[in-house]
Design a protein around this ligand. Sequence first.
Ligand code: FA5
Length: 337
Amino acid sequence: MATVALDSFVAELDRLQADAVAALAVAADADAVERARVEFLGAKSGRLKAIQKLLGGLAGPDKPAGGRHFNEAKQAVAAALEAAQGRVAGAAATAEALDVTLPGEPVRLGHLHPITQTIRRVQEIMGRLGFESVDGPEVEDQWHNFDALAIGAEHPARDPLDNFYLAVAQGADPLLLRSQTSTVQIRVMERRKPPLRIVSLGRVYRPDTADATHYPMFHQVEGLFVEPGTTMAHLKSVLRLFASSFLGGDVHVRFRPSFFPFTEPSVEVDMEWGGRWIEMGGAGMVDPAVLAAVGYDPDEVSGFAFGLGVERIAARRYGVADIRDFYRNDVRFLEQF
Ligand code: FA5
């Protein structure tokens, strides 16, 4: 083998290293980087391989220095290659992220909870019947939840076991989470004069054991209609109209005699579902004593009121067999609405 001078061997390596670093620095994409790799580091005919063959021509004492230079150049080219590969991969990913010509991907949109949808639908239907939507507080005093509704001091509906009373300072009036939306009837009548057509939807709380038709927190829709000459026929017509708008024209509504301290006469409102009757709410003519308690003249005006369970009418509308499903937060269930 021809002898090779160490100086020219090192100069050859320096040239290769400079060429490789320059070529890799300007390589614009993965193909260009690969071409540079083959040219400089290719295992068969790469330029580094060619220089490696010259190592054998160095004089014996020059061989260690030649080997060290060779390895340094090889490592420098390998590092430049790695940097170039990283650079073009990053650029490709960015280009991909910014490619506005790619087709869009579907985004899963959220939507309103079925109970919220039900509340809005009820408000819309009742609005078309002339009922204005109003709100009332969820924390109530005894007057609005019981007294003004003619629920006497000894009435079992006040039992602490049937209500969520709040801790209040000793001597202060007891407060509770309202157990019915009938509280809003009183709040509205205290403020306004007849004629009145209002509807109020909101949460109510009772320590009931949860089952397919009960939950400790649920919603009611309360309706109140007060004007001269109101009769039970108006009540029945409005509830039938509401039921057929909300549930479909073929729903059967049944009125069963019942008792509420604040309505006289009183009825339970049942709706037919799959061959069975389900209790949806209570209703009746506002008791004259209640009208008098808020300053109305019962000889001049009469009114009707009703309170329906929102979860139950929603279950009936959507064919849900168990109202607990509304509150399990299982997205597979909620997605269906
Ligand atoms: C009342 O709450 C009366 N305030 C209704 C009323 C209003 C009568 C105006 C007269 C005039 P009741 O306790 O029956 O009535 O409840 C009414 C409806 O709320 C029930 O028919 C049922 O649909 C629903 N409901 C009652 N308890 C629960 C519960 N734990 N979970 C889900 N829904 C319930």
